[in-house]
Design a protein around this ligand. Structure first.
Ligand code: SF4
Length: 480
């Protein structure tokens, strides 16, 4: 597995974007993907349809490096396009895994890009291989394409519905045919997908920040279990999958989504500030100032400071120009990475009692280094406050999570974690505090309003494949 060495976070695996009916569909998609770059930094791709042919451009790398060169997006002709940014756990960053994926079906061409994870991907793949399917990649998207190719339905939309009826799990996807742009959310609505409009064109995107970058207007969230089919005649809303209790990913509010996005009707920045305020009420500290771990801890630290009456200070400065080299995540490299990315603002920290606010603790290695850095800069006390409950379980729904055994909160109790990261005190927001910050009165334990499985172990969709078994999908190892 490859990863970035500069943090110890959960990583969203993908972002998707689509345009129907705009003369600059390819360029708009490149811009949309640029706004979604935080959802995946390993690879990006765009497929357009120019009225005759599908045109595909897919590479490993950042969106700006791939599509930012002069005249580059002009090759992506056509009024309709879909695009994808990828952060992978399976198959590494090899080019053949880069989405969107494309296939010629009997009813016409089909390109698909998806965000999320089918939880039965391995079982689907095994059955398809048994029936003679030859997989070119280790991406879950290819299984959806194979299923659609084998469907006996006549039209591509019907084939796609037929394929998705076999897919369990959490996903949002965009698909492109010669005449249609299609958007789908899984029946639980775990992963986000929004609909927008620009100059009469329709837009689909993982987050509203991707609408903002192109000046598109937000229309609505695609509903859980809904398939929107966009043609020259307008938009049609289908509900081919049985409705389930909505379980949107609560970690989108904690960390994944960009703070300027509005997700499921809530502004992410405001939710994060509310989380900080709840945290201040639940876990106050006698201190001189509140310091965020930038950038992800900033909104929660602002909320904590406002609710506690303590001053907010940038006691840690982030270097925004650290390159993203993908190398083996050994502990020694991770430790080096912390110092490349963050530096203590000594003048502010010296002789002070600090409330340090971060969004989450995963393995704890980075948290430990940051506490050490703040102490070395002269802080007399470090009270660590975390804007999410302890992350005790792995995610199987399209998020890169370590094995459960590597999660600090799975291995240690609160005092053990405090001792490991060497803070004077450590506190996490409660699960009900997190729900309150989203506007809910509390978590409904009989029917939780969100997916919170990484905190609770309460998985809305039982993972049919274990994370270990998902890691080896092909016997071929490529080094590209
Ligand atoms: S397990 Fe956690 S990260 Fe995964 S979808 Fe659920 S809330 Fe989100």
């Amino acid at each position: 597995m490859t990863t970035t060495p500069f943090d110890d976070k959960l990583h969203e695996e993908c972002g998707v974007f689509g345009v129907f009916g705009h003369p600059h569909a390819g360029a708009l998609t490149a811009l949309g993907l640029h706004a979604l770059q935080h959802r995946g930094q390993e690879a990006a791709g765009i497929v357009t349809f120019d009225g005759h042919q599908f045109i595909s451009e897919r590479h490993v790398g950042l969106v700006g490096d791939i599509f930012g060169k002069d005249g580059h997006t002009e090759k992506l002709r056509g009024l309709n396009a879909i695009g994808h940014v990828r952060y992978s756990t399976t198959g590494g960053s090899i080019g053949r895994n880069v989405q969107p994926m494309f296939a010629d079906l009997t009813g016409g061409g089909l390109a698909i890009a998806h965000n999320g994870n089918p939880t039965n991907a391995r079982a689907l793949r095994r059955d398809l291989v048994r029936e003679g399917a030859i997989f070119q990649s280790t991406s879950d998207t290819e299984a959806i394409i194979h299923l659609a190719a084998r469907s006996h339905y006549e039209f591509v939309v019907e084939k796609l519905i037929d394929a998705l009826k076999h897919v369990e799990g959490a996903y949002s996807l965009v698909a492109l045919t010669s005449k249609k742009l299609i958007g789908v959310r899984d029946a639980y609505g775990v992963r986000p997908l929004v609909l927008g409009r620009l100059d009469g064109a329709w837009i689909l995107a993982s987050e509203t920040c991707a609408l903002d970058i192109i000046g598109a207007e937000f229309v609505r969230d695609v509903k859980p279990g809904e398939m929107v089919v966009i043609t020259n005649d307008g938009i049609e809303s289908l509900h081919p999958f049985p409705p389930k209790q909505r379980r949107f990913c609560i970690f989108e509010y904690v960390y994944f989504a960009r703070p300027d996005s509005v997700v499921e009707g809530r502004n992410v920045y405001e939710v994060r500030k509310h989380i900080g305020a709840e945290l201040a009420r639940e876990a106050p500290a006698v201190a001189d100032m509140v310091v965020p771990v930038p950038d992800s801890g900033v909104p929660a630290a602002l909320g904590y400071a406002a609710a506690s009456g303590l001053p907010f200070e940038l006691g840690i400065i982030r270097n925004h120009y650290v390159g993203r080299t993908f190398i083996e995540p050994t502990d020694s490299i991770r430790h080096l990475g912390v110092k490349l990315k963050h530096n203590a603002n000594r003048a502010k920290l010296k002789g002070k009692r600090i409330v340090l606010v971060d969004d989450s603790i995963v393995r704890g290695t980075t948290s430990k280094k940051i506490v050490e850095m703040v102490r070395d800069a002269g802080a007399t006390e470090v009270h660590f406050r975390i804007a999410s409950p302890p992350t005790t379980h792995s995610c199987f729904y399209g998020v890169d999570t370590p094995n459960k055994e590597d999660l600090l909160a799975h291995k240690l109790d609160l005092e053990g974690m405090r001792d490991f990261i060497r803070a004077d005190s450590l506190a996490f927001i409660s699960i009900n505090g997190l729900y309150r910050a989203t506007g809910e009165a509390k978590r409904n334990s009989a029917a939780p309003q969100f997916c919170d499985a990484c905190f609770s172990g309460d998985y809305p969709i039982e993972p049919a494949d274990s994370s270990e078994s998902r890691r080896q999908l092909s016997l071929l190892v490529e080094t590209v």
